[in-house]
Write a protein that binds this ligand. Structure first.
Ligand code: SIN
Length: 519
């Protein structure tokens, strides 16, 4: 069921009319979806590619595991579709899943044409690995466990070489402008000034909202700003209660830092989860038949239970089934991280625990990335295409990024909208208070605490209600504020997104996939 949330507050505060740039298309986001979409827009169109920091600042850059694609002759589209629907707990949009799976191979070929070098076997065929919930080896990877980094670097280079694409680095999306015909531009901020980009075609690919939680594998800027901006522009959001917790983040970390992921591909290559007594708890009788490779929501809850039973804050990955040489070559990034902490994989156990990783919900889109606002498209983690249902299958997110970015770009090319009207900013800014930034930082910590303690992997109805009250208080506190920097936009968007997740979780009364109600 899709729910509609209404929001009418505009966030920009300065006088952005002063600087106006015109483009045919604005693509927001420097991850796989944004870069691929920008490249697929017709070369005759002038594209503004708005990137918050650098390429390394997005979630795509960090993706370790890989990208799914049915390539092995023993595998089939039907099998991949079935695994996706099973992991999604019956909540996926079947048509969208079919599109994603069946259009995988042609998009992998396009990635290769753009310069992506996937890992290969000695005979030149592409290497395929396995991850949780997959019945076959169908995950391509690059640089061992550096898939996201290699793909974003290759696509970023291709974008830089394109004459029709202007990359606006270090630029934040502040708000999306609409008039009676649909989208008519965006307000952006280059860390100094707000300015307008006038365009009638906007594609948002800004990622998810992992940093609403105290512990997340996602980058620091991942606070749901793109989703919140679409929401304010009148977009429908769907499935926001479905937040994925990855079972195996590295358990050694500093407070406040992004958690390092120990890829599910490590279990795909034979590692086993153990408790502090050395018991391989996922293969206990009565557990899921795929044991360590069960879908993520199931492994996550089993770990949380095991940590409780054994009075421990972590469990352990036993990688001794792999030789040291194999592990280092296959997982160079993970090996380096472990060594920095005195852990030698394949000899020592790797301590891990579940942590926030992905948002299945987002802005509702159709099979072309279209939202309910004319001219506004959303792709990647910020979108809810329906392919992930209530729990995403490993390495389907990267595939979704490219398949739906290509479809959205094709749609924009075929149905190009021309910006005709002068942009009117509507009502004057009416904000009065400029909040103190140390107070904003404290409130961001408070928000993370609320989400972590009350809207996590295992939820209770009473706690969800308390979370809603606490978040509503925060929203009220900032409702008349004039934000002068990106921290302000970030906090404001974070409060909105957190509230939507919490309200959606309250509205969904049954447990399904990643939304698990204990009471
Ligand atoms: C992983 O490598 O375990 C993460 C892959 C994903 O999120 O799909």
């Amino acid at each position: 069921m899709k729910r509609r949330y209404i929001f009418n507050k505009k966030l920009y505060s300065q006088n952005p009319e002063k600087i106006t740039k015109s483009y045919d298309v604005a693509v927001i986001g420097g991850g796989m979806a944004g870069l691929f979409a920008a490249l697929e827009i017709d070369k005759s169109k002038k594209v503004a590619l708005v990137i918050k920091g650098g390429l390394e600042g997005g979630s795509s850059y960090l993706a370790q595991g890989g990208i799914c694609c049915v390539l092995d002759e023993k595998d089939s589209f039907d099998a991949h579709i079935k695994d996706t629907l099973t992991a999604g707990a019956g909540h996926c949009d079947e048509k969208a899943v079919e599109v994603m799976v069946c259009e995988g191979p042609e998009n992998i070929k396009r990635l290769i044409d753009y310069g992506v070098r996937f890992d290969k076997n000695c005979d030149g065929t592409l290497k395929l690995t396995r991850e949780g919930g997959h019945c076959a080896r169908r995950i391509l990877h690059c640089g061992g466990d550096a898939t996201g980094k290699e793909i974003t670097k290759a696509l970023g280079k291709a974008c830089e070489e394109r004459e029709n694409i202007d990359i606006l680095w270090n630029t934040d999306l502040v708000d999306i402008l609409t008039d009676e015909n649909g989208v008519c531009g965006i307000v952006a901020n280059d860390k100094c000034n707000d300015f307008i980009i006038k365009t009638a075609n906007v594609l948002v690919a800004t990622g998810g909202a992992g940093q609403l939680y105290r512990y997340s594998t996602t980058p620091v800027g991942n606070t749901g700003e793109g989703i919140a901006a679409c929401f304010r522009a009148g977009c429908e959001l769907s499935d926001m209660e479905f937040v994925q917790f990855h079972p195996t983040a590295f358990a050694i970390h500093e407070e406040g830092e992004r958690l390092f992921l120990i890829s599910e591909a490590v279990r795909g290559e034979g590692a086993v989860l153990k408790n502090k007594y050395g018991e391989a708890f996922m293969s206990r009788e009565g557990n899921h038949p795929l044991a360590d490779l069960a879908p993520r929501d199931i492994v996550t809850r089993a770990i949380i239970d095991e940590m409780k039973q054994t009075d421990d804050t972590k469990v352990y990955l036993d990688t001794s089934a792999m030789s040291a040489g194999f592990f280092e070559k296959r997982f160079p990034t993970i090996t380096k991280k472990c060594r920095e902490h005195g852990i030698t994989p394949s000899k020592d156990l790797i301590p891990v625990h579940p942590t926030q990783h992905y948002l299945m919900g987002g802005v509702s889109t159709d099979l072309h990335g279209r939202t309910n606002v004319e001219g506004l498209f959303v792709c990647g983690e910020a979108a809810c295409t329906g392919v992930h249902g209530a729990n995403r299958l490993a390495s389907n997110s990267t595939l979704e990024c490219v398949v739906f970015a290509k479809r959205a770009a094709d749609y924009i090319n075929a149905n190009f909208r021309t910006a005709e009207n002068e942009i009117s900013l509507g009502k004057e800014p009416y904000y009065i208070v400029s909040p103190d930034s140390s107070e904003m930082a404290a409130d961001m910590c408070k928000l993370k605490e609320i989400m972590t303690e009350k809207v996590g992997a295992v939820r209770k109805r009473s706690e969800l209600e308390t979370a809603r009250c606490l978040l509503s208080d925060l929203k009220l506190k900032y409702s008349d504020c004039n934000f002068e920097n990106e921290k302000g936009y970030s906090l404001y968007s974070a409060i909105d997104t957190a509230l939507v997740i919490t309200e959606s979780a309250i509205n969904r009364t049954e447990s399904i996939g990643s939304h698990y109600i204990q009471d």
